[in-house]
Design a binder for this molecule. Structure first.
Ligand code: G4P
Length: 530
């Protein structure tokens, strides 16, 4: 098999949603359909499903949130599907952004009762920014919810994205009778609950005549609505879908497995396979070129008994073979891939070969950073990963001065993993770095890990800034000279970016009036305020 042929057999995607919309439930349902795992609950650790595969971190257990990402690979209809998990909490949107840099398609999951929510909006913005096509799944149709047409209207109005339903519900939310597959309008897929109370509903195909007779008004209404949609031209169109202008829409209930198979088929039939990847120099890396990959996530200490560091790499071109020596573009240094794994929660198994679209976990990857390009043969580099604009800032100090060494090591490690951004200013010095985060929960992760992993408990003192702008040395100097504005400039150590910090946007405006020549560059806004 060559790389291009194998790439054509792959679909690499993520599910994006607001917390509680049913992402874990849907992930499990998808994986169960593809029989990747044998029992429900092997994916996430939530509620009574606690204590399973990806629930490795103490904090995850106590808070019931998924802080880390798992990668799930399964086969379906002869294709290989890579489902990359994204953290559910809004505070970790920077992590999510990185995961989205490694997928070719996203499934946007919407709660039928709630419609578009804050986190759905942010994540959709990221998809649009990155040009990732989006398939929509409207979930929880077994519970009271909003009108289907109203939900479509909301997507169209808010996202300027044309919703093109591929399945359509028969029966209102809370009384779902079945689904019509728009491509096969002469029948209905009827769902009934199993008498024993098992979660999974029974699916049965019934003809249009029978549906009309047995479902009466519900069937009539569904066909009327479909006709209306047909007239407005809301039909799936591959071209506009891939261009990010339309989204195929599916309805269902992940909990009862309704509509999940149809969604899985859509991922296979509609989502694009991996394609040539854009390089920093503007060219595109062909799939058949020698191996290249992008590090989109670095995670330390996933397993306490191992105490190691895993770099998650998406293969972009060529064939990855365990044991090969690749080059890290940033340093030009060789990196030996002796320990390559597929990582699914806590379970690891060695990966011998991987193709474009696949994700490998490189163990003992102390030298690798998020955003790194790895390659074999001639040098190639992919564009750097943009960072979100931090909105929370705090000075961090060790509680115990005697633990300075552990403190430094820990902070450096968390910076490299991208848990927070670490800023250093000339005024504050290296002993008192400033942590910058998109959401305050990132600080909790820092405190927890500093204490338990690095044995260096820390004290955090919050700073009164909420907006950051990228600038240069001259801008930083201007900030120090400013008579009007109380702000601060920080050198971001990792990539030598100078950040100017301000208490509010009002301060930025005043500053720009005072120094019209000092360039301040906005960063990508995580909360629409950047
Ligand atoms: P998340 O990962 O997006 O945060 O959501 P998760 O899957 O944990 O689902 C959130 C809640 O919504 C869960 O209930 C889950 O059972 C429920 N849910 C998900 N999909 C459906 C669906 O199609 N229909 C209905 N009726 N409920 C659904 P919970 O009570 O919070 O947790 P649990 O104890 O059931 O795990």
């Amino acid at each position: 098999m060559n790389a291009a042929e194998e790439a054509a057999r792959r679909r690499t995607f993520a599910v994006i949603s607001h917390p509680d919309a049913g992402k874990s439930t849907l992930t499990e349902a998808l994986a169960l359909h593809a029989r990747a795992i044998t029992s429900a609950g092997a994916v996430h650790g939530k509620g009574d499903r606690r204590g399973v595969a990806s629930d490795w971190m103490e904090m995850e257990k106590t808070r019931g949130i998924s802080v880390t990402s798992a990668v799930l690979q399964f086969t379906y209809r002869d294709l290989v599907l890579n489902l990359l998990d994204t953290p559910g909490h809004a505070d970790f949107s920077e992590d999510t952004y990185r995961v989205l840099a490694a997928v070719d398609c996203a499934v946007m999951l919407i709660d039928a009762a709630k419609g578009l929510e804050e986190q759905t909006r942010k994540l959709f913005d990221v998809c649009r920014h990155r040009g990732i096509p989006v398939i929509t799944f409207i979930n929880k149709w077994d519970r009271p919810g909003r009108e289907a047409l109203e939900l479509l209207d909301e997507i169209e109005q808010e996202f300027r994205l044309l919703p093109t339903p591929v399945t359509w519900p028969v029966g209102i939310a809370s009384d779902l009778r079945g689904l019509v597959d728009v491509r096969e309008p002469g029948r209905m897929l009827r769902y009934t609950r199993t008498p024993g109370g098992a979660k999974e509903a029974i699916e049965e195909a019934v003809t249009a005549d029978r549906a009309a007779e047995e479902e009466g008004e519900d069937w009539q209404r569904a066909t009327d609505e479909l006709e209306l949609l047909g007239e407005t031209g809301a039909r799936h169109d591959p071209e506009t879908f891939l261009a990010g202008e339309s989204t195929p829409v599916f309805f269902g209930a992940a909990l009862s497995n309704i509509g999940v198979r149809l969604l899985l088929d859509a991922v296979v039939d509609l989502a694009p396979p991996p394609g040539p990847r854009e390089q920093s120099d503007g060219g595109h890396r062909p799939l058949e070129a020698p191996f290249s990959g992008l590090v989109f996530k670095v995670q330390a200490n996933m397993d306490r008994s191992h105490r190691d560091r895993i770099a998650f790499v998406r293969v972009c071109s060529g064939i990855f073979e365990r044991g090969m020596t690749v080059t890290r573009a940033a340093s030009g240094r060789p990196f030996a891939t002796k320990y390559a794994h597929s990582v699914f929660g806590q379970d690891r198994s060695s990966v011998d070969t991987a193709y474009p679209g696949d994700v490998v976990g490189l163990v003992n990857a102390a030298a690798l950073r998020v955003g790194d390009t790895l390659y074999d043969g001639k040098r190639v580099e992919f564009p750097p990963m943009p960072t979100f604009a931090p909105e929370h800032f705090a000075v961090v100090r060790p509680v115990d001065i005697g633990k300075t060494k552990q403190f430094r090591r820990g902070i450096a490690q968390l910076d490299e993993e991208g848990v927070v951004q670490v800023l250093v200013s000339d005024i504050r010095g290296e002993q008192a770095p400033v942590l910058a985060a998109v959401g305050p929960m990132q600080f909790d992760v820092v405190s927890h890990r500093m204490e338990f992993e690095f044995s260096a408990p820390v004290r955090l003192e919050s700073l009164g800034y909420s907006v950051a702008r990228a600038t240069d040395a001259a801008g930083g100097e201007a900030l120090n000279r400013s008579r009007l504005v109380h702000g601060e400039s920080m050198l971001r150590v990792k990539d030598k970016v100078v950040l100017a910090l301000f208490p509010s946007r009002w301060h930025i405006n005043s500053f720009e009036r005072e120094f019209p020549d000092s360039p301040l560059e906005p960063l990508i806004a995580a909360h629409g305020t950047g």
